[in-house]
Design a protein around this ligand. Structure first.
Ligand code: KMH
Ligand code: ZN
Length: 294
């Protein structure tokens, strides 16, 4: 894989990749009944968010009791259902929940997603620890190269940006040759959701980075979105990261968060990318014809 070179075509700067992260692993269905946790709810979310302007979905699944799950069959069924019933680029979380075992997180790639999240280091995560030791990062990266799954590098801290330099220098470019990052900002334990932190992280990116998005947790969501837009980045939004539209106003459907950033993008003359444009940007592998909506 080290022989891959980055494609040279430059993406259209007026296009905006919107990724929706609708569920996450940290909020309970009991606390937030509108959180999409069943396959039916996830498909509805994908369809409504695609109609609203999203091009990629970052997926965490739940079990029959709505608890976070990495069940291999359920992951495969979810990827297939999303491919069959939406056009979105399907990105599976390999982060899972803070309680998931590293070996189970590696098996996520068996479900053959288009993309997978790949967090570049261990982070304090509120009162918990989100564990990503170097050996795990390396193994997951090499597995993504073998399985031809495009990673999205999740950067929770400036040190994660430095670790990305080390990874690319040592193991070469990802499958497809593009390097796409997502700054996850405002996690208690990671970098703050501020313009200053975003500018510092972007300035430290390796030269190989071809595209990036950002998301701010909780109240930092709008500050991070505005900072990312002003630096030419893309956006991730969703109930994994924020549960209110304003103080005391709960999100009722993830599509509302997508619609809001479509409006922000319009102010700076950025229009939402289609899923096919996102596939081209990220150079994902074409899903098997049978499993992709025709
Ligand atoms: N649930 C967090 C501990 C990812 O999806 O890759 C990790 C997370 C990152 O959400
Ligand atoms: Zn996630």
């Amino acid at each position: 894989m080290t022989s891959m070179t980055a494609p040279t075509s430059s993406p259209d700067p007026s296009r905006l990749l919107i990724t929706v992260a609708p569920t996450g692993a940290e909020t309970s269905k009991a606390d937030c009944p509108q959180l999409p946790t069943t396959q039916e709810e996830l498909v509805d979310t994908a369809q409504r968010c695609e109609a609203a302007g999203a091009a990629m979905i970052h997926v965490h699944i739940r079990d029959d009791d709505h608890r976070p799950s990495l069940d291999p069959q359920r992951l495969t069924d979810t990827v297939d259902a999303l491919h069959e019933q939406s056009d979105l680029v399907v990105q599976l979380s390999t982060g899972g929940s803070v309680h998931d075992r590293l070996e189970d997180r590696l098996k996520v790639l068996d479900a053959r997603p288009d993309s997978c999240s790949l967090t570049m280091g261990t982070t304090n995560f509120g009162d918990d620890v989100f564990s990503n030791p170097w050996g795990f990062v390396r193994d997951l990266y090499q597995l993504s190269q073998e399985r031809e799954v495009v990673p999205e590098f999740e950067l929770f801290d400036l040190g994660h940006v430095h670790a990305l330099h080390r990874l690319l220098d040592t193991y070469g470019l990802p499958f497809g040759g593009r390097v796409h990052c997502d700054l996850v900002m405002g996690v208690p334990g990671g970098m703050p959701g501020t313009t200053d932190a975003l500018v510092a992280a972007v300035a430290a990116f390796p030269a190989e980075v071809t595209s990036w998005s950002a998301t701010g947790i909780g109240r930092s969501t709008l500050a991070v979105a505005l900072a990312a837009l002003s630096k030419g980045g893309h956006l991730r939004v969703g109930m994994e990261d924020v549960l209110t539209l304003a103080k005391g106003v709960p999100v009722e459907h993830n599509a509302q968060l997508v619609e809001r950033v479509v409006q922000l993008g319009a102010i700076v003359q950025r229009t939402p990318m289609s899923p096919d444009e996102a596939r081209n940007l990220l150079q994902t592998k074409e899903p098997a014809a049978a499993s992709r909506r025709g």
